[in-house]
Design a protein around this ligand. Sequence first.
Ligand SMILES: NC(=O)c1ccc[n+]([C@@H]2O[C@H](COP(=O)([O-])OP(=O)(O)OC[C@H]3O[C@@H](n4cnc5c(N)ncnc54)[C@H](OP(=O)(O)O)[C@@H]3O)[C@@H](O)[C@H]2O)c1
Length: 260
Amino acid sequence: MSAPVPIRSPLPAALAGHNVLIVGGSSGIGLAAARLLSEAGAGLCLVAREETRLKEAAGSLGDGARVRVMAADVTDEVRLAEVFERAGPLDHVLLTAGAATRAPLADAAPSRVRDSFDVRFWGGYATARAAAGRLPAGGSITFMSGVYTVRPIAGAAAAIASGAACEGLARALAVELAPRRVRVNAVRSGVVDTPPLRRRLGVAQADPAQADAAVAEAGRHLPLGRFGTAEETAAAALFVMAHPYVTGSVLTVDGGQSLA
Ligand SMILES: NC(=O)c1ccc[n+]([C@@H]2O[C@H](COP(=O)([O-])OP(=O)(O)OC[C@H]3O[C@@H](n4cnc5c(N)ncnc54)[C@H](OP(=O)(O)O)[C@@H]3O)[C@@H](O)[C@H]2O)c1
C-alpha cells in the first residue's frame, strides 16, 4: 500500500469565507480540519481546554490564517455560552473533543468511564444548543463517531456507546433543525494516527522515526495496510459541512476497517 496522498477536493472551496468553530481544534482530527479549512479560505475559532496548545495549533496554520483561539471545557455550559458570544457570526461547528477512558465492564464503575459521555455526548449536546440559534440557513453541526460503533472491541463499552449516541444525536437534530435549514451530520472514523493512538501504542514519547515505524506495523493488518490520517477523516468532515444537501448522514471514512 502506498503512502496516503494529500487530500485535494474541489468541494471545500464552497467553505471559503465561512466561519467555522472547532471544539477540539488543537490536536488530531480537529487540527487537521482547521488546516484544510484555512487552506480553503475559511475563518476559524479553535476551542479546547489548554491555551498553550491552542496557540501552538493556531501558529502552525501559518501567517495567512484567519484564526482565533478560546480556551474552554466543553462540559462547562456557562463558558460555552461565553465562547459563542465572543465568537461572533458562525456558519459551521465541528466537534472533535473527546475523552475515552477505556476499561472492561467488570473494572469500570460508571464514575470511571463517564467522561466519554460527559465530553463527547453531553458536550456535543450543549454545544449544539449554544450553536443552533446562531447558525444561518445552510449552516451545519458535525459530530464525531468511530468505527467501533459497528465493529466493537472489548473493554471500551462506554467510549464506544458515546460515539453511537452522537450518531443518534446527529440524526435527531437533523430532523429538529431542518426547519431552520441547519444541517447536522456525523463522521464515523476508522482508527487514525493521532496522539491518542500513539499513547495507546506506548510510543507518544518515542523517537519520531521509531514511533512512525510502530504505528505502521500496528496498522499493517488493516484492509488498506495502514491506519487513516487525521487529514483523511477531517476531509470527510469538510465534505458534510460543505455539501448543502447532506443532513442526518453518518459518513463512514475508515479505510474498510468496519469490514475486516
Ligand atoms: N483518533 C482516532 O482513531 C479516532 C477514531 C474514531 C473517532 N475518533 C474521535 O474523534 C475525536 C477526535 O479524536 P482525535 O484523535 O483527534 O483526539 P485528540 O488528538 O486527542 O484531540 C482531542 C481534542 O479535543 C480537545 N478536548 C478534549 N477534551 C476536551 C474538553 N473537555 N473540552 C474541550 N476540548 C477538549 C483536546 O484539547 P485539550 O485536551 O486541550 O482540551 C484536543 O484539542 C474524538 O471524539 C475521538 O473519539 C477518533
